[in-house]
Design a protein. Structure first.
Length: 121
């Protein structure tokens, strides 16, 4: 019975992130501290981070998707989205949203470019 309780405890009983913009493919990066060191900014005393928050900050020195963070931590996606939302609200991480479908190149164009490159050989 301890399995279902743990995610509930980690998120403080919350099941949704504070920001609706968090998609599974959103990219997360820790905000560097002073002098470019990979440390989160100083947080007020009442803003204590739990172990999972700190693990996310340790993982995200380079860009990782929320799905990758969840896989590395072995936590459900919903839990990671809540935790990343907390860190985003504190300014400890940057989150880059996924590219909207309308801005992606059509697959046919990419195939034509590939055919053209093969003909250059």
């Amino acid at each position: 019975m301890s399995g279902p309780v743990r995610p509930y405890v980690i998120t403080g009983g919350r099941s949704r992130p504070t920001r609706a913009e968090l998609a599974v493919e959103s990219l997360v990066s820790a905000v560097p501290g002073p002098l470019g060191l990979p440390e989160p900014p100083e947080l007020p005393e009442h803003e204590l981070l739990n172990r999972e928050h700190r693990r996310i900050l340790d993982l995200c020195h380079s860009l990782l998707s929320i799905a990758e963070v969840a896989a590395h931590l072995g936590l459900p996606l919903g839990v990671v989205k809540v935790l990343v939302g907390d860190l985003w609200d504190l300014g400890a991480v940057q989150v880059l949203p996924p590219v909207p479908q309308a801005e992606r190149l059509p697959a046919t164009l990419l195939e034509e470019v590939l055919v053209g490159l093969r003909q250059l050989r």
